[in-house]
Design a protein around this ligand. Structure first.
Ligand SMILES: [Fe+2]
Length: 366
């Protein structure tokens, strides 16, 4: 497929942009569909002002952890995926089971033990814990400062096909930890009873047992809870070309993908290659990034525990300072979790309360 060309353009996307231009990628289906690159004389994020509901958002979830101490609280969601935070200060007083969807927990801060039907998993900072729909579990956090991100998926979470890269690229599925069967010894939660709180259609039902319900002596099969640490992720990079964020895809489900940005070298082998993401409106996808750790090069005033939310239809891209300094950057020391959703996301009260109002004007050059 040879592209049509008109006017001043770069021969190769993201490399050697015409003098004084800003490159926008206008593409379909994330980074896989029809696409054109537009070479503009102004950054498309250089708006004077915005009137109306469509605008980029940033949320400082560090301000909201106290409200998520007792039970997880949602901040963004649609029919396919819901994003929550949980900041427990003590072990869960009951078992939990999600009858709505799969759960992927990202341990932003903290450590502890997660008991599940399939056995216990010890967890630590930077872990993804995948708990399939219908699994009974319980968190036992250790120490203060726990802060977890929950990605709740209404369809089954799975590991993507790596195509030409082969099945061991990005992370080898062999690094995944699968628990060994071990019945729970947790004492009764309410008198002589053990409580399981089941979530179904976002309503909660308590079922009480006269015995500990995590009583699995053994299991076999290809459905189970599992753990992956972010340090076991080996980013895919090119020394001469800025690859699209889709190369960082960690998990997929119907209606969204989950990607992980991990420390990686910049595109240092060609001084004309862009080292920052190109401008785009991500038409057809809403884009959420949860900042976990490190130095977030393409954004200023973003710190760990914050979230940016770029809805489809309005541009985003690197901040002016990042664009200006891109050639100085040889290594990106950043950890972040990205959730790209096909259907638009709606903010919950918690997001509105944590909104960083100045964010929509953060690309301003003057
Ligand atoms: Fe983006």
């Amino acid at each position: 497929m040879v592209p049509h060309k008109s006017g001043r353009i770069a021969r190769q996307a993201h490399v050697d942009l015409p003098q004084g231009t800003f490159e926008e990628e206008h593409g379909r289906q994330g980074f896989f569909g029809h696409v054109s690159h537009l070479y503009r004389t102004h950054a498309p994020t250089n708006w004077a002002r915005i009137n109306g509901p469509l605008q980029p958002h940033a949320y400082d979830l560090n301000m909201a952890t106290a409200t998520a101490a007792e039970r997880p609280q949602p901040f963004l969601g649609n029919l396919d995926v819901r994003l929550w935070i949980y900041s427990p200060t003590k072990p869960m007083p009951h078992f939990a089971r999600n009858a709505d969807g799969d759960e992927c927990w990202f341990i932003h801060e903290g450590k502890g033990l997660l008991e599940t039907d399939y056995g216990p998993l010890k967890y630590r900072k930077g872990d993804y814990l995948v708990v399939p729909r219908g699994t009974t579990y319980r968190f036992y956090p250790e120490g203060a400062g726990q802060f977890y991100l929950l990605i709740e998926s209404m369809s089954e979470l799975s590991i993507p096909d790596r195509g030409q890269l082969g099945r061991n690229a990005f992370y080898d599925p062999g690094v995944i930890e699968i628990p060994e069967a071990k019945p729970s010894t947790a004492p009764a939660t309410a008198g002589k009873e053990w409580e399981v709180v089941i979530k179904r259609e976002n309503e909660f039902t308590s079922v009480f047992y006269p015995h500990n319900p995590l009583d699995v002596e053994g299991w076999k099969g290809d459905l189970f809870s599992w753990r992956l640490n972010i340090e076991d992720i080996r980013p895919i990079v090119s020394p001469r070309y800025h690859l699209p964020p889709s190369v960082h895809t960690t998990l997929i489900a119907d209606g969204f993908v989950l990607c992980t940005f991990a420390p990686r070298p910049a595109e240092t082998e060609d001084p004309k290659a862009m080292r920052v993401p190109f401008f785009h409106t991500n038409i057809e996808y809403d884009e959420v990034i949860f900042y976990h750790d490190g130095d977030f090069f393409s954004r200023t005033n973003i710190k760990p525990g914050m979230v940016t939310f770029h809805p489809q239809g309005i541009h985003h891209g690197p901040h002016p300072k990042a664009l200006e300094n891109q050639l100085k950057k040889e290594y990106l020391q950043e950890y972040a979790v990205m959730i790209d959703t096909y259907r638009p996301l709606k903010p919950f009260e918690l997001a509105k309360k944590s909104e960083v109002a100045a964010y929509k004007d953060s690309w301003k050059t003057t």
